[in-house]
Design a protein around this ligand. Structure first.
Ligand code: TPU
Length: 560
Protein backbone atom coordinates (compact mmCIF):
# COMPACT_ATOMS: atom_id res chain seq x y z
CA UNK A 1 0.00 0.00 0.00
CA UNK A 2 1.42 3.42 -0.90
CA UNK A 3 1.61 5.97 1.89
CA UNK A 4 -1.14 8.64 1.93
CA UNK A 5 -0.33 12.18 0.80
CA UNK A 6 -0.76 14.45 3.81
CA UNK A 7 -1.29 18.05 4.92
CA UNK A 8 2.38 18.14 5.95
CA UNK A 9 3.43 16.88 2.52
CA UNK A 10 1.30 19.58 0.91
CA UNK A 11 2.98 22.33 2.89
CA UNK A 12 6.37 20.80 2.19
CA UNK A 13 5.81 20.59 -1.56
CA UNK A 14 4.58 24.19 -1.69
CA UNK A 15 7.68 25.43 0.14
CA UNK A 16 9.85 23.77 -2.47
CA UNK A 17 7.72 25.06 -5.32
CA UNK A 18 8.08 28.67 -4.23
CA UNK A 19 11.84 28.36 -4.40
CA UNK A 20 12.91 27.47 -0.87
CA UNK A 21 15.73 24.99 -0.47
CA UNK A 22 15.62 24.92 3.33
CA UNK A 23 13.28 25.47 6.23
CA UNK A 24 14.22 26.15 9.83
CA UNK A 25 12.81 24.40 12.88
CA UNK A 26 12.84 23.79 16.59
CA UNK A 27 11.10 20.59 17.66
CA UNK A 28 8.27 20.38 20.18
CA UNK A 29 5.49 17.89 20.74
CA UNK A 30 2.92 19.96 18.84
CA UNK A 31 5.04 19.93 15.65
CA UNK A 32 6.92 16.59 15.71
CA UNK A 33 4.60 14.82 13.27
CA UNK A 34 4.66 17.86 10.99
CA UNK A 35 8.47 17.81 11.04
CA UNK A 36 8.31 14.10 10.07
CA UNK A 37 6.05 14.95 7.15
CA UNK A 38 8.37 17.71 5.96
CA UNK A 39 11.33 15.34 6.12
CA UNK A 40 9.39 12.61 4.35
CA UNK A 41 8.26 14.79 1.45
CA UNK A 42 11.73 16.32 1.35
CA UNK A 43 11.38 19.29 -1.03
CA UNK A 44 13.34 21.44 1.39
CA UNK A 45 16.12 20.59 3.84
CA UNK A 46 15.29 20.81 7.54
CA UNK A 47 17.79 22.84 9.55
CA UNK A 48 17.64 23.39 13.28
CA UNK A 49 18.10 26.40 15.55
CA UNK A 50 19.05 26.65 19.23
CA UNK A 51 15.80 28.45 20.09
CA UNK A 52 12.75 29.84 18.36
CA UNK A 53 13.79 33.50 18.46
CA UNK A 54 16.98 32.57 16.64
CA UNK A 55 14.98 30.34 14.32
CA UNK A 56 12.81 33.31 13.36
CA UNK A 57 15.79 35.56 12.74
CA UNK A 58 17.55 32.85 10.75
CA UNK A 59 14.48 32.64 8.52
CA UNK A 60 14.35 36.45 8.32
CA UNK A 61 17.98 36.51 7.16
CA UNK A 62 17.36 33.68 4.70
CA UNK A 63 14.43 35.62 3.20
CA UNK A 64 16.77 38.57 2.58
CA UNK A 65 19.01 36.33 0.45
CA UNK A 66 16.39 34.09 -1.06
CA UNK A 67 13.20 36.16 -1.38
CA UNK A 68 11.20 34.10 1.15
CA UNK A 69 11.73 31.68 4.03
CA UNK A 70 9.88 29.30 6.35
CA UNK A 71 10.16 28.18 9.94
CA UNK A 72 8.31 25.59 11.99
CA UNK A 73 7.98 25.82 15.76
CA UNK A 74 5.84 24.42 18.54
CA UNK A 75 2.74 25.98 20.11
CA UNK A 76 3.02 28.96 22.51
CA UNK A 77 6.39 28.30 24.15
CA UNK A 78 8.05 28.23 20.75
CA UNK A 79 5.80 30.57 18.82
CA UNK A 80 5.75 33.33 21.40
CA UNK A 81 9.56 33.35 21.48
CA UNK A 82 9.61 33.68 17.70
CA UNK A 83 7.08 36.52 17.54
CA UNK A 84 9.82 39.15 17.93
CA UNK A 85 11.46 37.84 14.75
CA UNK A 86 8.13 37.81 12.93
CA UNK A 87 7.68 41.45 13.98
CA UNK A 88 11.04 42.05 12.37
CA UNK A 89 9.99 40.35 9.14
CA UNK A 90 6.85 42.53 9.11
CA UNK A 91 8.75 45.75 9.80
CA UNK A 92 11.47 44.94 7.29
CA UNK A 93 8.99 43.62 4.66
CA UNK A 94 10.16 40.04 4.29
CA UNK A 95 7.86 37.14 3.39
CA UNK A 96 8.59 34.68 6.19
CA UNK A 97 6.18 31.75 6.36
CA UNK A 98 5.67 31.09 10.04
CA UNK A 99 4.27 27.65 10.85
CA UNK A 100 3.26 26.58 14.33
CA UNK A 101 2.07 23.21 15.51
CA UNK A 102 -1.25 23.43 17.32
CA UNK A 103 -3.40 21.49 19.77
CA UNK A 104 -5.08 18.25 18.70
CA UNK A 105 -8.43 19.11 17.08
CA UNK A 106 -10.21 16.93 19.67
CA UNK A 107 -8.98 19.24 22.42
CA UNK A 108 -10.14 22.43 20.71
CA UNK A 109 -13.43 23.54 22.26
CA UNK A 110 -13.42 20.56 24.67
CA UNK A 111 -12.53 22.45 27.83
CA UNK A 112 -9.32 20.38 28.15
CA UNK A 113 -6.38 22.29 29.52
CA UNK A 114 -3.13 21.58 27.70
CA UNK A 115 0.51 22.03 28.66
CA UNK A 116 2.42 24.90 26.97
CA UNK A 117 -0.66 27.11 27.24
CA UNK A 118 -1.60 29.88 29.62
CA UNK A 119 -3.86 27.42 31.42
CA UNK A 120 -7.25 27.98 29.88
CA UNK A 121 -8.87 26.08 27.05
CA UNK A 122 -9.28 28.87 24.51
CA UNK A 123 -6.42 28.20 22.12
CA UNK A 124 -7.13 31.06 19.76
CA UNK A 125 -4.96 33.67 21.47
CA UNK A 126 -1.72 32.71 19.75
CA UNK A 127 -3.21 33.32 16.30
CA UNK A 128 -4.71 36.60 17.55
CA UNK A 129 -1.27 37.78 18.70
CA UNK A 130 0.29 36.88 15.37
CA UNK A 131 -2.52 38.56 13.44
CA UNK A 132 -0.92 41.91 14.37
CA UNK A 133 2.42 41.02 12.78
CA UNK A 134 1.39 38.95 9.76
CA UNK A 135 -0.54 39.68 6.58
CA UNK A 136 -2.52 36.41 6.61
CA UNK A 137 -3.40 34.24 9.62
CA UNK A 138 -4.63 30.72 8.94
CA UNK A 139 -5.59 28.26 11.68
CA UNK A 140 -6.20 24.95 9.95
CA UNK A 141 -8.97 22.87 11.49
CA UNK A 142 -9.61 20.32 8.74
CA UNK A 143 -7.53 18.51 6.12
CA UNK A 144 -10.11 19.44 3.46
CA UNK A 145 -9.57 23.15 3.97
CA UNK A 146 -5.80 22.90 4.47
CA UNK A 147 -4.74 23.36 0.80
CA UNK A 148 -6.79 26.54 0.33
CA UNK A 149 -5.63 27.96 3.66
CA UNK A 150 -1.94 27.13 3.10
CA UNK A 151 -2.09 28.57 -0.41
CA UNK A 152 -3.85 31.73 0.77
CA UNK A 153 -1.27 32.40 3.47
CA UNK A 154 1.73 31.78 1.20
CA UNK A 155 0.29 33.72 -1.74
CA UNK A 156 -0.54 36.72 0.44
CA UNK A 157 2.90 36.72 2.05
CA UNK A 158 4.67 36.62 -1.32
CA UNK A 159 2.50 39.36 -2.81
CA UNK A 160 2.60 41.67 0.19
CA UNK A 161 6.22 40.91 1.14
CA UNK A 162 5.13 40.34 4.73
CA UNK A 163 5.17 37.29 7.02
CA UNK A 164 2.17 34.95 7.25
CA UNK A 165 0.94 32.57 9.96
CA UNK A 166 -0.12 28.95 9.50
CA UNK A 167 -1.18 26.83 12.50
CA UNK A 168 -1.46 23.09 11.96
CA UNK A 169 -2.96 20.93 14.74
CA UNK A 170 -0.68 18.07 15.72
CA UNK A 171 -3.20 15.45 14.56
CA UNK A 172 -3.76 17.04 11.13
CA UNK A 173 -0.14 17.15 9.94
CA UNK A 174 -0.38 13.51 8.84
CA UNK A 175 -4.06 13.63 7.77
CA UNK A 176 -4.71 12.74 4.14
CA UNK A 177 -4.90 15.65 1.76
CA UNK A 178 -5.13 16.39 -1.96
CA UNK A 179 -1.96 17.17 -3.89
CA UNK A 180 -1.16 20.78 -4.84
CA UNK A 181 -2.17 22.24 -8.18
CA UNK A 182 0.16 24.43 -10.28
CA UNK A 183 2.18 26.91 -8.23
CA UNK A 184 1.84 29.79 -10.72
CA UNK A 185 -1.04 31.45 -8.88
CA UNK A 186 1.04 31.63 -5.69
CA UNK A 187 3.93 33.31 -7.43
CA UNK A 188 2.05 35.70 -9.70
CA UNK A 189 1.88 39.36 -8.82
CA UNK A 190 -1.61 40.86 -8.68
CA UNK A 191 -2.57 42.50 -11.95
CA UNK A 192 -1.98 46.23 -11.53
CA UNK A 193 -4.91 48.63 -11.75
CA UNK A 194 -3.89 50.15 -15.07
CA UNK A 195 -6.00 53.30 -14.70
CA UNK A 196 -4.56 54.09 -11.29
CA UNK A 197 -1.01 53.20 -12.39
CA UNK A 198 -1.25 55.46 -15.47
CA UNK A 199 -2.59 58.30 -13.34
CA UNK A 200 0.25 57.85 -10.83
CA UNK A 201 2.86 57.89 -13.58
CA UNK A 202 1.29 60.98 -15.14
CA UNK A 203 1.30 62.78 -11.79
CA UNK A 204 4.92 61.71 -11.24
CA UNK A 205 5.94 63.03 -14.66
CA UNK A 206 4.28 66.37 -13.87
CA UNK A 207 6.10 66.41 -10.53
CA UNK A 208 9.43 65.92 -12.30
CA UNK A 209 8.66 68.45 -15.06
CA UNK A 210 7.67 71.16 -12.61
CA UNK A 211 10.82 70.85 -10.47
CA UNK A 212 14.26 72.10 -11.29
CA UNK A 213 16.38 69.97 -8.98
CA UNK A 214 15.29 66.38 -8.71
CA UNK A 215 17.04 63.85 -6.47
CA UNK A 216 16.17 60.20 -5.97
CA UNK A 217 16.27 58.97 -2.38
CA UNK A 218 16.32 55.18 -2.10
CA UNK A 219 14.69 53.55 0.95
CA UNK A 220 15.14 50.09 2.42
CA UNK A 221 11.89 48.58 1.19
CA UNK A 222 13.22 48.54 -2.37
CA UNK A 223 14.70 45.24 -1.20
CA UNK A 224 11.31 43.78 -2.11
CA UNK A 225 12.06 44.44 -5.80
CA UNK A 226 14.63 41.64 -5.64
CA UNK A 227 17.02 43.57 -7.90
CA UNK A 228 18.59 47.00 -8.20
CA UNK A 229 18.11 47.13 -11.97
CA UNK A 230 14.72 48.91 -11.95
CA UNK A 231 16.12 51.70 -9.75
CA UNK A 232 19.20 52.10 -11.90
CA UNK A 233 16.97 52.22 -15.00
CA UNK A 234 14.86 54.99 -13.42
CA UNK A 235 17.94 56.98 -12.39
CA UNK A 236 19.40 56.62 -15.88
CA UNK A 237 16.16 57.75 -17.46
CA UNK A 238 15.80 60.87 -15.30
CA UNK A 239 19.53 61.48 -15.15
CA UNK A 240 19.39 62.93 -11.67
CA UNK A 241 21.53 62.34 -8.60
CA UNK A 242 20.76 59.39 -6.33
CA UNK A 243 21.20 59.16 -2.57
CA UNK A 244 20.31 56.23 -0.35
CA UNK A 245 18.93 56.20 3.17
CA UNK A 246 21.12 54.55 5.82
CA UNK A 247 18.86 51.49 5.97
CA UNK A 248 19.16 51.23 2.18
CA UNK A 249 22.96 51.19 2.13
CA UNK A 250 24.02 49.09 -0.91
CA UNK A 251 20.63 49.47 -2.62
CA UNK A 252 22.15 51.60 -5.38
CA UNK A 253 25.54 50.86 -7.00
CA UNK A 254 28.10 53.16 -5.38
CA UNK A 255 30.19 53.23 -8.56
CA UNK A 256 27.29 54.58 -10.65
CA UNK A 257 27.85 58.11 -11.95
CA UNK A 258 24.67 59.35 -10.25
CA UNK A 259 25.51 58.02 -6.75
CA UNK A 260 25.93 60.78 -4.17
CA UNK A 261 26.18 58.84 -0.91
CA UNK A 262 23.99 58.29 2.11
CA UNK A 263 21.37 60.86 3.12
CA UNK A 264 20.96 60.68 6.89
CA UNK A 265 20.31 64.28 7.93
CA UNK A 266 23.29 65.73 9.75
CA UNK A 267 25.23 62.48 9.56
CA UNK A 268 24.97 62.21 5.76
CA UNK A 269 27.90 61.56 3.42
CA UNK A 270 29.63 64.86 2.56
CA UNK A 271 27.37 66.90 0.28
CA UNK A 272 24.37 64.55 0.45
CA UNK A 273 22.43 66.57 3.03
CA UNK A 274 22.72 69.78 1.03
CA UNK A 275 21.82 67.98 -2.17
CA UNK A 276 18.60 66.49 -0.77
CA UNK A 277 17.56 69.44 1.35
CA UNK A 278 18.12 71.96 -1.46
CA UNK A 279 16.30 69.85 -4.05
CA UNK A 280 12.81 71.03 -4.93
CA UNK A 281 11.77 67.48 -5.84
CA UNK A 282 12.80 64.32 -3.95
CA UNK A 283 11.63 61.01 -5.40
CA UNK A 284 11.56 58.75 -2.35
CA UNK A 285 11.52 55.07 -3.26
CA UNK A 286 10.08 52.88 -0.49
CA UNK A 287 11.46 54.97 2.36
CA UNK A 288 10.86 54.56 6.08
CA UNK A 289 11.12 57.95 7.75
CA UNK A 290 11.32 56.88 11.38
CA UNK A 291 13.00 58.78 14.22
CA UNK A 292 16.36 57.09 13.58
CA UNK A 293 16.30 57.73 9.83
CA UNK A 294 15.32 61.36 10.31
CA UNK A 295 17.93 61.88 13.07
CA UNK A 296 15.28 62.64 15.70
CA UNK A 297 12.67 64.10 13.26
CA UNK A 298 15.18 66.63 11.87
CA UNK A 299 15.40 65.55 8.27
CA UNK A 300 12.36 64.39 6.37
CA UNK A 301 11.69 65.91 2.94
CA UNK A 302 8.60 68.16 3.26
CA UNK A 303 5.44 66.74 1.67
CA UNK A 304 5.28 69.51 -0.94
CA UNK A 305 8.71 68.55 -2.26
CA UNK A 306 8.44 64.77 -1.98
CA UNK A 307 7.09 62.07 -4.22
CA UNK A 308 6.66 59.05 -1.97
CA UNK A 309 6.55 55.74 -3.83
CA UNK A 310 5.71 53.10 -1.25
CA UNK A 311 5.21 49.39 -1.76
CA UNK A 312 1.52 49.69 -2.56
CA UNK A 313 0.85 53.42 -2.79
CA UNK A 314 2.28 56.49 -4.50
CA UNK A 315 1.72 59.95 -3.04
CA UNK A 316 2.57 62.99 -5.12
CA UNK A 317 1.45 66.62 -4.99
CA UNK A 318 -1.24 65.83 -2.42
CA UNK A 319 -2.79 62.91 -4.30
CA UNK A 320 -2.46 59.20 -3.54
CA UNK A 321 -2.64 56.33 -6.01
CA UNK A 322 -2.91 52.61 -5.18
CA UNK A 323 -3.73 49.27 -6.80
CA UNK A 324 -0.26 48.37 -8.09
CA UNK A 325 3.08 47.39 -6.67
CA UNK A 326 6.16 49.60 -6.44
CA UNK A 327 7.91 47.50 -9.11
CA UNK A 328 5.15 48.21 -11.64
CA UNK A 329 5.29 51.94 -10.86
CA UNK A 330 9.08 52.17 -11.21
CA UNK A 331 9.02 50.19 -14.46
CA UNK A 332 6.29 52.39 -15.93
CA UNK A 333 7.91 55.63 -14.76
CA UNK A 334 11.25 54.51 -16.23
CA UNK A 335 9.61 54.48 -19.65
CA UNK A 336 7.89 57.84 -19.38
CA UNK A 337 9.84 60.09 -17.02
CA UNK A 338 11.29 63.32 -18.39
CA UNK A 339 14.99 63.95 -18.02
CA UNK A 340 16.41 66.19 -15.29
CA UNK A 341 20.18 65.85 -15.57
CA UNK A 342 21.18 69.01 -13.74
CA UNK A 343 21.85 67.48 -10.32
CA UNK A 344 24.24 64.87 -11.67
CA UNK A 345 26.21 67.45 -13.59
CA UNK A 346 26.36 69.91 -10.70
CA UNK A 347 27.67 67.67 -7.94
CA UNK A 348 30.22 64.94 -7.36
CA UNK A 349 30.74 62.16 -4.86
CA UNK A 350 34.01 61.22 -3.27
CA UNK A 351 33.86 58.44 -0.69
CA UNK A 352 35.48 59.34 2.62
CA UNK A 353 38.50 57.19 3.31
CA UNK A 354 38.50 55.43 6.68
CA UNK A 355 41.78 56.44 8.38
CA UNK A 356 44.52 53.86 8.84
CA UNK A 357 46.17 53.27 12.23
CA UNK A 358 49.66 51.84 12.78
CA UNK A 359 49.56 48.02 12.95
CA UNK A 360 51.26 47.73 16.33
CA UNK A 361 49.22 50.16 18.43
CA UNK A 362 46.00 49.05 20.19
CA UNK A 363 43.24 48.30 17.67
CA UNK A 364 41.01 51.26 16.88
CA UNK A 365 37.47 51.36 15.59
CA UNK A 366 38.74 53.08 12.41
CA UNK A 367 41.37 50.44 11.77
CA UNK A 368 38.86 47.64 12.31
CA UNK A 369 36.37 49.25 9.90
CA UNK A 370 39.13 49.94 7.36
CA UNK A 371 40.30 46.33 7.35
CA UNK A 372 36.75 44.97 7.11
CA UNK A 373 36.01 47.37 4.25
CA UNK A 374 39.10 46.11 2.43
CA UNK A 375 37.67 42.55 2.54
CA UNK A 376 34.46 43.54 0.77
CA UNK A 377 34.23 42.58 -2.88
CA UNK A 378 31.27 42.51 -5.25
CA UNK A 379 30.29 39.09 -3.93
CA UNK A 380 30.18 40.03 -0.24
CA UNK A 381 27.21 40.37 2.08
CA UNK A 382 27.91 42.22 5.30
CA UNK A 383 25.35 42.00 8.07
CA UNK A 384 25.55 44.88 10.53
CA UNK A 385 23.89 44.78 13.94
CA UNK A 386 22.24 47.67 15.80
CA UNK A 387 24.97 49.77 17.43
CA UNK A 388 28.13 51.31 16.10
CA UNK A 389 28.21 48.49 13.55
CA UNK A 390 25.45 50.39 11.70
CA UNK A 391 27.57 53.51 11.47
CA UNK A 392 30.65 51.55 10.46
CA UNK A 393 28.74 49.77 7.70
CA UNK A 394 27.19 53.00 6.46
CA UNK A 395 30.58 54.71 6.03
CA UNK A 396 32.14 51.87 4.05
CA UNK A 397 32.72 52.16 0.33
CA UNK A 398 31.10 49.29 -1.54
CA UNK A 399 32.10 47.76 -4.84
CA UNK A 400 29.19 47.03 -7.15
CA UNK A 401 27.38 43.85 -6.07
CA UNK A 402 28.31 44.13 -2.40
CA UNK A 403 25.35 43.97 -0.07
CA UNK A 404 24.74 45.43 3.38
CA UNK A 405 21.97 43.98 5.53
CA UNK A 406 20.68 45.92 8.54
CA UNK A 407 17.47 45.81 10.53
CA UNK A 408 17.09 49.53 11.15
CA UNK A 409 13.30 49.65 11.40
CA UNK A 410 12.82 46.85 13.94
CA UNK A 411 16.26 47.24 15.54
CA UNK A 412 16.14 44.26 17.88
CA UNK A 413 19.60 43.53 19.23
CA UNK A 414 20.71 39.94 18.73
CA UNK A 415 19.10 39.79 15.27
CA UNK A 416 22.33 39.74 13.33
CA UNK A 417 23.90 36.47 14.46
CA UNK A 418 21.04 34.20 13.35
CA UNK A 419 20.19 36.53 10.43
CA UNK A 420 23.74 36.29 9.08
CA UNK A 421 23.55 32.51 9.43
CA UNK A 422 20.26 32.42 7.50
CA UNK A 423 21.58 34.79 4.86
CA UNK A 424 24.71 32.66 4.41
CA UNK A 425 22.62 29.48 4.07
CA UNK A 426 20.40 31.27 1.54
CA UNK A 427 23.34 32.57 -0.52
CA UNK A 428 26.17 30.07 0.08
CA UNK A 429 28.27 31.27 -2.85
CA UNK A 430 28.83 34.71 -1.36
CA UNK A 431 31.38 35.85 1.20
CA UNK A 432 29.57 36.59 4.48
CA UNK A 433 30.84 39.08 7.05
CA UNK A 434 29.08 40.00 10.28
CA UNK A 435 29.74 43.02 12.51
CA UNK A 436 28.14 42.75 15.93
CA UNK A 437 28.66 44.51 19.27
CA UNK A 438 29.25 42.58 22.48
CA UNK A 439 25.93 43.69 23.99
CA UNK A 440 23.88 42.49 21.03
CA UNK A 441 25.87 39.29 20.78
CA UNK A 442 24.96 38.28 24.32
CA UNK A 443 21.30 37.85 23.25
CA UNK A 444 21.74 35.21 20.56
CA UNK A 445 25.35 34.05 21.00
CA UNK A 446 24.53 30.35 20.87
CA UNK A 447 23.57 30.52 17.18
CA UNK A 448 27.28 30.56 16.33
CA UNK A 449 27.03 26.87 17.28
CA UNK A 450 24.72 26.34 14.29
CA UNK A 451 27.25 28.06 12.01
CA UNK A 452 29.68 25.44 13.30
CA UNK A 453 27.19 22.59 12.97
CA UNK A 454 26.32 23.41 9.36
CA UNK A 455 29.89 24.46 8.50
CA UNK A 456 28.85 27.94 7.40
CA UNK A 457 31.96 30.11 6.90
CA UNK A 458 30.74 33.47 8.24
CA UNK A 459 33.52 35.79 9.42
CA UNK A 460 32.23 37.37 12.62
CA UNK A 461 33.72 40.65 13.87
CA UNK A 462 32.69 40.84 17.52
CA UNK A 463 33.28 44.35 18.81
CA UNK A 464 34.28 44.01 22.44
CA UNK A 465 33.92 47.60 23.64
CA UNK A 466 32.62 46.56 27.07
CA UNK A 467 29.14 47.97 26.78
CA UNK A 468 26.14 49.27 24.90
CA UNK A 469 28.03 52.15 23.24
CA UNK A 470 25.06 53.26 21.13
CA UNK A 471 23.00 53.62 24.32
CA UNK A 472 25.90 55.34 26.08
CA UNK A 473 25.79 57.97 23.32
CA UNK A 474 21.99 58.34 23.55
CA UNK A 475 21.56 58.30 27.34
CA UNK A 476 24.19 56.97 29.72
CA UNK A 477 23.79 55.09 33.00
CA UNK A 478 25.03 51.99 34.81
CA UNK A 479 22.63 49.83 32.79
CA UNK A 480 24.80 50.33 29.69
CA UNK A 481 27.78 48.33 31.01
CA UNK A 482 27.81 44.58 30.62
CA UNK A 483 29.62 41.56 32.05
CA UNK A 484 32.66 40.84 29.93
CA UNK A 485 32.95 37.40 28.33
CA UNK A 486 35.82 35.59 26.69
CA UNK A 487 33.91 35.76 23.42
CA UNK A 488 36.57 34.14 21.25
CA UNK A 489 36.89 31.43 23.89
CA UNK A 490 33.25 30.42 23.30
CA UNK A 491 34.20 28.87 20.00
CA UNK A 492 36.14 26.09 21.72
CA UNK A 493 33.02 25.25 23.75
CA UNK A 494 30.75 25.36 20.68
CA UNK A 495 33.19 23.25 18.62
CA UNK A 496 33.09 20.48 21.23
CA UNK A 497 34.43 17.28 19.65
CA UNK A 498 33.71 17.89 15.97
CA UNK A 499 33.46 21.60 15.09
CA UNK A 500 35.77 23.65 12.88
CA UNK A 501 35.04 27.15 14.16
CA UNK A 502 38.01 29.41 14.82
CA UNK A 503 38.03 31.84 17.75
CA UNK A 504 40.66 34.59 17.57
CA UNK A 505 41.53 37.77 19.44
CA UNK A 506 42.57 41.00 17.71
CA UNK A 507 44.15 43.61 19.99
CA UNK A 508 46.20 45.42 17.31
CA UNK A 509 45.83 46.10 13.61
CA UNK A 510 48.48 43.47 12.88
CA UNK A 511 46.59 40.85 14.89
CA UNK A 512 43.41 41.72 13.04
CA UNK A 513 45.15 41.37 9.66
CA UNK A 514 46.49 37.99 10.75
CA UNK A 515 43.02 36.87 11.93
CA UNK A 516 41.44 37.98 8.64
CA UNK A 517 44.02 35.92 6.71
CA UNK A 518 43.06 32.88 8.84
CA UNK A 519 39.36 33.58 8.25
CA UNK A 520 39.88 33.59 4.49
CA UNK A 521 41.50 30.15 4.73
CA UNK A 522 38.82 28.64 6.99
CA UNK A 523 36.03 27.31 4.79
CA UNK A 524 34.71 24.66 7.19
CA UNK A 525 33.00 26.92 9.69
CA UNK A 526 32.83 30.41 11.14
CA UNK A 527 35.85 32.46 12.08
CA UNK A 528 35.09 34.54 15.09
CA UNK A 529 37.36 37.56 15.59
CA UNK A 530 37.00 39.32 18.91
CA UNK A 531 38.08 42.92 18.23
CA UNK A 532 39.15 44.72 21.41
CA UNK A 533 38.16 48.38 21.12
CA UNK A 534 38.15 51.07 23.82
CA UNK A 535 34.64 51.96 25.03
CA UNK A 536 35.03 55.62 24.09
CA UNK A 537 36.29 54.79 20.56
CA UNK A 538 33.36 54.89 18.14
CA UNK A 539 32.38 56.62 14.90
CA UNK A 540 31.84 60.39 15.04
CA UNK A 541 28.50 59.97 13.30
CA UNK A 542 27.19 57.78 16.13
CA UNK A 543 28.00 60.54 18.64
CA UNK A 544 26.35 63.24 16.52
CA UNK A 545 23.30 61.11 15.74
CA UNK A 546 22.99 59.91 19.36
CA UNK A 547 22.70 63.49 20.63
CA UNK A 548 19.85 64.28 18.23
CA UNK A 549 17.95 61.08 18.96
CA UNK A 550 18.35 61.68 22.70
CA UNK A 551 16.93 65.17 22.24
CA UNK A 552 13.91 63.81 20.37
CA UNK A 553 13.37 61.13 23.05
CA UNK A 554 13.43 63.68 25.85
CA UNK A 555 10.81 66.09 24.48
CA UNK A 556 8.45 66.89 27.37
CA UNK A 557 4.77 65.93 27.02
CA UNK A 558 2.79 68.62 25.19
CA UNK A 559 0.32 70.53 27.34
CA UNK A 560 -3.26 70.50 26.04
O1 TPU B 1 28.44 49.03 19.10
P1 TPU B 1 27.69 48.99 20.38
O2 TPU B 1 28.55 48.91 21.59
O3 TPU B 1 26.73 50.12 20.42
O4 TPU B 1 26.83 47.65 20.29
P2 TPU B 1 26.30 46.66 21.39
O5 TPU B 1 27.36 46.33 22.37
O6 TPU B 1 25.74 45.52 20.68
O7 TPU B 1 25.18 47.46 22.14
C1 TPU B 1 23.86 47.59 21.66
C2 TPU B 1 23.08 48.29 22.73
C3 TPU B 1 21.61 48.46 22.45
C4 TPU B 1 20.56 48.22 23.34
C5 TPU B 1 20.65 47.68 24.71
N1 TPU B 1 21.09 48.96 21.34
N2 TPU B 1 19.77 49.01 21.45
N3 TPU B 1 19.43 48.57 22.66
C6 TPU B 1 18.04 48.54 23.16
C7 TPU B 1 17.42 47.17 22.84
C8 TPU B 1 17.12 46.30 23.86
N4 TPU B 1 16.59 45.07 23.59
C9 TPU B 1 16.39 44.71 22.31
C10 TPU B 1 15.85 43.34 22.00
N5 TPU B 1 16.68 45.52 21.29
C11 TPU B 1 17.16 46.76 21.53
N6 TPU B 1 17.42 47.55 20.49
Amino acid sequence: MTKPYTVGHYLSERLGQIGLKDHFAVAGDFNLVLLDQLLEEGSTKQLYSCNELNCGYTAEGYARANGAAALVVTFNVGALSAINAIGSAYAESLPVIFVSGGPNTNDQGSGHILHHTIGNSNYGYQAEMFRQVTCATEVILSAENAPAQIDHAIRTALRMRKPCYIEIPCNLASAECVRPGPVGALLAETTPDKVSLDAAVKAACTFIETRKNIVILVGSRVRTLGSLEPIVALADRIGCAVTVMAAAKSFFPEGHKAFRGVYWGEVSSPGAQELVEKADGVICLAPIFNDYATVGWQSKPPASQALIADLVEVTVDGKSFAGFHLGAFIAALSEKAPSRPATVENTTYTPVKIPETAPTVPLTNDEMARQINAMIDGNTTITAETGDSWFNAVRMHLPSGARVETEMQWGSIGWSVPAALGNAIGSPDRQHLLMVGDGSFQLTAQEVAQMIRYEVPVTVFLVNNRGYVIEIKIHDGPYNYIKNWDYAGLIKAFNAEDGHGLGLHARTGAELADAIAKAKANKKGPTFIECHIATEDCTDTLVQWGKKVAKANSRPPQKN
